[in-house]
Design a protein around this ligand. Structure first.
Ligand SMILES: [Zn+2]
Length: 134
């Protein structure tokens, strides 16, 4: 299956982007426990984990002071795609990722536009908090 995050091979300009399979994209973080090398890849893998309802991975990559006790997934949610708008390091050990995620609940379309804050810990990058942008 292609990866839920929509990751593609980096390829030459002008050619059609080739979708990465889950095995070649986010599975290395979600299934194999590798640390995401940067916050944008962690963002992608966390989006995939929402699609796959992997609360174990979502909680494990959540900074401890802001981490919820448990996660409930809303029934009837169909995730439609992730678009990373921007990604920047804010200090040596923190980064912001702005993204738009689209999803449908019971047939109605929604758009989540958020700037997420990530911190680098001794366990790799972790999600800390997010600001809704609209
Ligand atoms: Zn992916």
């Amino acid at each position: 299956m292609s990866c839920p995050c929509g990751g593609t091979l980096s390829i030459a300009k002008g050619t059609k982007a080739q979708a990465l399979t889950y095995a070649n994209c986010c599975a290395r973080f979600i299934e194999d426990g590798a640390c995401a090398p940067d916050a944008s890849l962690l963002m992608r893998s966390r989006y995939s984990a929402y699609v796959l309802e992997r609360s174990d991975y979502l909680l494990a990559t959540w900074e401890s002071t802001s981490r919820p006790q448990s996660l409930e997934f809303e029934k009837n949610t169909k995730w439609l795609g992730l678009e990373i708008k921007s990604f920047k390091l804010t200090t040596d050990d923190s980064a912001d990722v702005e993204f738009v995620a689209r999803y449908r609940v019971s047939g109605k379309g929604h758009r989540l536009h958020e700037r997420s804050h990530f911190v680098l810990s001794n366990k790799g990058w972790l999600y800390k908090s997010g600001d809704m942008l609209e």
